[in-house]
Design a protein around this ligand. Structure first.
Ligand SMILES: [Zn+2]
Ligand SMILES: [Zn+2]
Length: 103
């Protein structure tokens, strides 16, 4: 999988739907306009470039949690703990959306 186009509006909407419009940090259900994607790029071992490899490298957060996360600068490993508890079917869903065609 290559670098994700996170600016795709269609994908963004589908991704938010996939998690039920529920912030992955605080668990609040919020309007989709209040949810934001937070990529956690991992280092590509081949060329050292930072890449997002799919559902395991993306968090979907409400604007409040997203702002806080950047202000406090939480370590990547801690950020990923929210991704690790994501149900497998949601992971599959997200990966399916991300591998779909860009519109
Ligand atoms: Zn939140
Ligand atoms: Zn972010």
């Amino acid at each position: 999988m290559t670098l994700l186009n996170l600016s795709s509006a269609l994908h963004e909407k589908q991704l938010k739907l996939a998690i039920g419009y529920c912030c992955e940090s605080c668990g609040s259900v919020v309007p989709h306009t209040m949810l934001e994607l937070h990529p956690i790029p991992s280092s590509d071992l081949e060329n050292g470039a930072k890449v997002c490899n799919g559902a395991s490298d993306i968090l979907i957060l409400c604007t409040h949690c997203h702002t806080q996360l950047h202000e406090v600068s939480i370590p990547d490993e801690l950020q990923r703990s929210a991704i690790r508890v994501r149900p497998p079917d949601v992971m599959d869903n997200i990966n399916g959306i991300l591998s779909g065609p860009y519109e």
